[in-house]
Write a protein that binds this ligand. Sequence first.
Ligand code: IDP
Ligand code: MG
Length: 150
Amino acid sequence: MAIEKTLILIKPDGMKRRLAGIAIDRFETAGFDMVAAKIVTVTEDLAREHYALLKEMPFFPNLIQFIKGDFHGVPDRRVLAMVYKGENAVKGIRAVVGATNPEQAAPGTIRGSFGRISQGNFENVVHASGNPEEADREIKIWFRPEEVIG
Ligand code: IDP
Ligand code: MG
């Protein structure tokens, strides 16, 4: 069993709907520890860096607008960025979060419980790193080393 760190974002839809507390509760109940956290307003540059691997996808422009908090008039520019730590944290957190498409996410997962699709945009409440390499890359984008405890 490997001790891993993974990046979580509560996206603007999740912040606007006040779902951060529920999401944190689920991560903690699943046995993971929060080791970094801050509220961020996402700039164009940060959005493009975070989602760089998806830049050729047809939904990319909407995704960038969405993570910045201004997709079709949902003006909430807060993202809660966090790092969680624990045994197999990357896979374990993804299991709690659920599938990317809210309509396919299992009941009981965060996205299955609260995600929805609006004008083709997946309003899926949370981001979680997809694999350990992605987690390392993403944590460095969002946090300075001294902001991550342990
Ligand atoms: P993930 O967030 O589950 O890792 P990715 O494939 O990495 O999924 O996509 C990143 C984000 O892009 C998703 O969380 C979602 O917000 C958005 N997205 C992914 N696929 C689609 C799609 O087919 N339509 C609309 N938005 C999508
Ligand atoms: Mg991903």
